[in-house]
Structure formats: structure tokens, C-alpha cells
Design a protein around this ligand. Structure first.
Ligand code: GDP
Length: 604
């Protein structure tokens, strides 16, 4: 009846782990990656060669190709109930999943950015010293990459990490983890390249900016000139009717700091920052190092939930059980809620700064996730796809990318306006957003590429070329640089990308329905249902709705379909079968399973 059955005599067996790259699966199935990608497309999976797919998807396509599938005997893989998808850095989704009524206000997290020597470190030090009661004994405070102050009874967390990493990368990260950026501009120096860059990064991360015009104690300070320069860049001072708060300060003499902190609290209030202290525990790794006698000491910023001593956390491929936890003043604490920076002991490896950390059930689960991730990294290391206009299309389909982001460089001022205006017009005509993160005159530089890498953008050059540093960085960071000599070609390409990016319409197509006759225990799903197909066909990998009376009690995917212990691709009307649905086990006898497929209709 099915391919697996007719080929019974020569059925080949393939072992599949919980996660596998398309390239690796093709090797195991002994077919070309292209043939496998086509087969995956036929079951509705759009993937690229280096992408990792889960067991269920791999199993479906392998059985389609006539293989008998067995889960690879990874240590503990069978007993683990959760899939490694949990390892994906999806904190944004996690936050959205928190019940709104459980959300509580949390302190703002502030990053201080600006051009070198404009006073970032001095400002951080001054705020710290005037607002943090230093420890009495010895007065030695720990530098954990962040600190928290209390001002007017409200807490503010400052990220305190400038100057000890490749600065563009760090700033990109800093701006991303923060809720507010304080942009420091020296009043005697004005807007400089890294000032512009910081603005671009903050905008790309959609983080509000408060400007601190620093060094106003200096005789050659020209604060109004700075405001004028910033206004030109689209940061209009509030006193001129704009919406950017600009505070004149002297970090060195402590002038204007109250006003700055008040401005931060005001912007924080408008941003309505919330988290669930009782929810899923996760946050960002600020920094980590190995200390003599203490092992790995990691600084973490808790963003949601409450982190406790004894918790097991995973950050990328590092994990550990928290043995001890300290606040930014080196005091031993037992728990830390949202927006709190802490330093912890217990990681087995050094977690990478900037990665997401999250709590898992136990060390066993942590090891399993880390192993799966290492496997994945190994297969991706060979060739991570460049984020090209074409690749953006795929990512858009996966919901990873919501808009087309561009960095535009042109040869002369005269062509900047027409190019930007034409691009913006294309964006307006399209359903997908188009955002120009930077538009400037000059060659494509390393900074442009770093900004593109940090914000998943494509670099467009009009009559300009990347310099050699930019080219090298683009290669390493997998950034797409496109250069054009004719404006129509440029606009054509972008238009096509926008069309490709158009969200396809979805349409449901009924396939069949089955009645649940019995319920059995299953190690993989908890429970599976013994069913008879009453109408049409049930197909593995397709969507399914569980109906009880007139109510739909669950909607998911048919992850396993068996006839007499054997995995099959589909079961037709009149036949009996076993059905496993990922994430569902509450079957009742008499439930109706409705199987359907979702067709995509492109609007292009
Ligand atoms: P960063 O590179 O942005 O972190 O800048 P620093 O904080 O290291 O400051 C650079 C220099 O500017 C140092 O010599 C500081 O003492 C000086 N500086 C910082 N803030 C002020 C200020 O408000 N007034 C004056 N006169 N000098 C300042």
C-alpha cells in the first residue's frame, strides 16, 4: 500500500538523531542534498542544505524515500520528553507567551554608547559612585559588567561593559540587551563616526535614545552645536519640539546627573517595561571569565523569572548548576528577579557574552540540549548561509525576518536622495516593511558590514565598492553586499526581493478524519490513539485537529502513524492505525481526528 510496504524485502534502515542537518541526512540516505531538499519541499518544508531539521520531519521524509526509520540511540534521548527546540534563543517569544496578568513592572536596563573619549566610562563611574552605597569592608566593589542603582526609590540597571571587546560588536550587543541607550556626545567634539554608528545600532534594535551632552564644564563646549548636529541625524531635541530628551552633563564634575537619571526613568515609564518574576527563567550573559579557585564566574542579566541558587542553566553550549550567586556589590544572594545583574559560579564551560541563558529542568536535560546544539554547530560551521536577498525570503517564510533592512552607500551626495526616496517608495508599495538603517556617502566599510551583521541587513552599494576590510568582514560575518552601477537594476532587485518576501496566503484543505477507538501509552508521546479512518486519508506530517463533540481540544501535527508497529506515510478510509500527535496525549475514546493540509498561495 505504501512505499515502505511494497519495498519491504529490501527496506533499508536509517538511524536519525533528534536534530540533523539536511546535508548529514542526505549522506545517511545516500542521496544528493538537492534531491533531499526537493523531497522536503514536497512535504511542505522549505529548507536549505545547512539547516537543521527535527526528528519528526527527517523521519517523514526518510520513510517517504523508502527507509525504515529508527531513532538514533543517543544517551538519554529516549527518556527525554522535550525536544531540543527549547535550546533556540527565542526569548522574545517566551516573553510574549507569559500571561499578561502575571507581568510586573521591572527596572530599565540602560546601555551607554558613544564615541571613544566622549566620557562613557567616566559617566558610568560617576553614576555608580554617587548612587551605589559602596561596601563598607574594604570598599572593593566587583565589576560584573553591570550594576544597579536606586534613584528616587526606583531601580535602574546599567550595563557597564564598554572598552573591553571589539567595540562595534559589543555595542551592537549592548544596544540589543538594553531597554534604553544613553548616547554620550562630548560638547567640545560633537557628533563623530561612532556617535552615528551608535544611533544606527540603537535604531536597528528599536531602543529609545536619551542624549547626554557631556563635558559642558569645558570652556570650548558647544552644546547647541551638538543639538544641531543630532537634529540633522533625525534626533530632534525635545526643547525644539522633538521627542529626544537631551541633557547637558559633566560626568567629571557630576553636573546634570539627576536630570539624566530622571530622563531615563521618564523614558522607561513610557516604554512600560514588564516581566513575569514567576515565569520562565531566562536572560543574557553579560560576561564570563575563569577565576582562580572559583572556576567559571559568569555575569548574567536576568530578564524574566527568578533565578535561584541550585538552578541549572544553559547558555549556548555551556551549562551549569548555580552553586553561588552574588549581586553587583559582591553580596551573596539566593535569588534574583527581572532586570537584576548577578554573578554566578557553577558553569562548567565559559558561556559567550551576549548569549541567551535559560533555566532547564536538570543537568541531564542541560547535557542533552548542549550535545544537540554542539552537533548542530558542527554541521553549520562548515558553511553558514550568507544572509542574501534570496536567503531573506526563506527566513521571512520562517517568521525569522519581518522586514527587509538595508544599508545604503552611494558615491556622491547628489545620488543619495534619489536612491533613498525610490527605495522608500518601493517599501510603501509593498506589504513588507523596508527599513533603511543607514544611508550615507562613501565606500562600503567594515562598520557598515558590522551593522548589517548585527541587524540582519543587506548592504547596497551604488557606484561604490567595499574596501578590503569590509569584504573580509562580510565573508566572515556572512553579510550580503550588492553593488550596482545602474539605479534601475538596484531598484529591480529590491523590488523582486520584496515580492519574494510577500507573505503567501494560506488555505486549508481537508484530507480525512478518523475516530479514536482506544488509547495506548507511548514512550515518545505519552499516549497514542488507536483509530479507524472514517473518511479520506490520514497523512503523517500533516496538521490535525482533535474534536470532542463540537469542541476542538487540540491542534497539532501527526508526528507518528503506524499500522501493525510499522511506520507508514498515510492510512486510507476503512483502515485502522496508531496516531501520535506531538505535544498531545489527552485522547478520549470517541474523539474525532481531522487531518488537513495548509496550502500556500503566493501573492506575487
Ligand atoms: P570613553 O572612552 O567614552 O569611556 O571616555 P572616558 O570616560 O575614558 O573619558 C575620556 C576623557 O575625557 C578622560 O580623560 C576623562 O577624564 C575626560 N572626561 C570625561 N568626562 C568629562 C567631563 O565631563 N568633563 C571633562 N572636562 N572631561 C571629561
Amino acid at each position: 500500500m505504501t512505499q515502505a510496504k511494497t519495498n519491504e524485502a529490501q527496506t533499508k534502515v536509517v538511524e536519525i538523531p533528534s536534530q540533523i542537518s539536511v546535508r548529514e541526512l542526505a549522506q545517511r540516505l545516500d542521496i544528493s542534498p538537492i534531491a533531499l531538499i526537493k523531497a522536503l519541499m514536497s512535504i511542505g518544508e522549505m529548507v536549505s542544505i545547512n539547516q537543521t531539521i527535527d526528528y519528526d520531519t527527517a523521519a517523514i521524509v526518510a520513510s517517504e524515500l523508502g527507509y525504515q526509520v529508527q531513532p538514533e540511540a543517543l544517551p538519554e534521548a529516549e527518556t527525554a520528553e522535550e525536544e531540543t527546540e527549547e535550546a533556540l534563543p527565542l526569548w522574545r517569544r517566551w516573553l510574549q507567551e507569559e500571561p499578561p496578568e502575571a507581568l510586573q513592572p521591572r527596572p530599565p536596563v540602560v546601555a551607554i554608547l558613544g564615541h571613544v573619549d566622549h566620557g562613557k566610562t567616566t559617566l558610568l563611574d560617576t553614576i555608580r559612585h554617587t548612587n551605589v552605597a559602596e561596601r563598607e569592608a574594604g570598599g572593593i566593589t566587583q565589576h560584573i559588567g553591570a550594576y544597579q542603582i536606586e534613584y528616587n526609590g526606583q531601580k535602574i540597571t546599567f550595563l557597564d561593559t564598554p572598552g573591553h571587546a571589539a567595540f562595534t560588536e559589543l555595542r551592537a550587543r549592548g544596544a540589543k540587551g538594553a531597554d534604553i541607550v544613553v548616547l554620550v556626545v562630548a560638547a567640545d567634539d560633537g557628533v563623530m563616526p561612532q556617535t552615528r554608528e551608535a544611533i544606527d545600532h540603537a535604531r536597528a534594535a528599536q531602543v529609545p535614545i536619551v542624549v547626554a551632552i557631556n563635558k559642558i564644564d569645558k570652556p570650548n563646549a558647544r552644546p547647541d552645536e551638538v543639538k544641531r548636529q543630532l537634529a540633522e541625524l533625525g534626533l530632534m531635541p525635545d526643547e525644539w519640539g522633538g521627542d529626544t530628551i537631551m541633557v547637558e552633563v559633566s560626568a567629571k564634575q557630576g553636573i546634570g546627573l539627576d536630570e539624566l537619571l530622571e530622563a531615563i526613568l521618564l523614558v522607561a515609564e513610557q516604554a512600560d517595561l514588564k516581566a513575569n518574576p514567576k515565569g520562565r527563567v531566562f536572560g543574557t550573559v553579560i560576561d564570563a571569565k575563569v577565576e582562580k579557585g572559583r572556576g567559571v564566574v559568569a555575569s548574567l542579566l536576568v530578564q524574566n523569572g527568578t533565578l535561584r541558587v541550585g538552578d541549572v542553566v544553559v547558555a549556548g553550549t555551556a551549562y551549569g548548576k548555580i552553586r553561588a550567586m552574588f549581586d553587583h556589590q559582591g553580596r551573596r544572594i539566593k535569588e534574583a528577579g527581572p532586570s537584576t545583574p548577578v554573578s554566578v559560579m557553577g558553569f562548567h564551560d565559559l558561556p559567550k557574552a551576549g548569549t541567551l541563558f535559560y533555566k532547564v529542568k536538570d543537568e541531564k536535560e542541560a547535557r542533552r540540549i548542549v550535545e544537540a546544539l554542539k552537533e548542530k554547530e558542527k554541521s553549520q560551521q562548515t558553511q553558514q548561509p550568507t544572509l542574501t536577498l534570496e536567503e531573506l525570503f526563506r527566513r521571512f517564510q520562517e517568521g525569522e525576518v519581518k522586514e527587509l533592512r538595508l544599508i545604503v552607500k552611494v558615491d556622491v551626495q547628489g545620488s543619495l536622495d534619489p536612491v533613498v526616496r525610490s527605495l522608500e517608495k518601493l517599501g510603501e508599495q509593498s506589504e513588507i516593511g523596508l527599513r533603511i538603517l543607514r544611508a550615507d556617502v562613501g565606500p562600503i566599510t567594515k562598520d557598515d558590514v558590522m551593522l548589517a551583521a548585527a541587524s540582519k541587513a543587506v548592504v547596497i552599494g551604488f557606484n561604490v565598492k567595499p574596501d578590503s576590510a569590509a569584504r573580509k568582514t562580510a565573508e566572515a560575518e556572512k553579510v550580503d553586499i550588492r553593488t550596482y552601477r545602474v539605479i534601475y537594476e538596484l531598484l529591480d532587485d529590491v523590488e523582486r526581493a520584496l515580492k519574494g518576501l510577500l507573505e503567501p496566503e494560506e488555505r486549508e484543505v481537508f484530507l480525512g478524519e478518523a475516530e479514536v477507538l482506544a488509547v495506548f501509552p507511548s514512550s515518545r508521546f505519552g499516549k497514542v490513539a488507536g483509530c479507524r479512518v472514517r473518511r479520506g486519508v490520514l497523512r503523517r506530517g500533516e496538521r490535525v485537529r482533535v474534536k470532542r463533540g463540537t469542541q476542538v481540544v487540540y491542534e497539532g501535527t501527526i508526528a507518528s502513524l503506524k499500522r501493525f508497529q510499522e511506520d507508514v506515510k498515510e492510512v486510507r478510509e476503512g483502515y485502522e492505525c496508531g496516531v501520535g500527535i506531538k505535544g498531545f496525549k489527552d485522547y478520549h475514546v470517541g474523539d474525532i481526528l481531522i487531518c488537513f493540509t495548509v496550502e500556500r498561495v503566493s501573492q506575487a
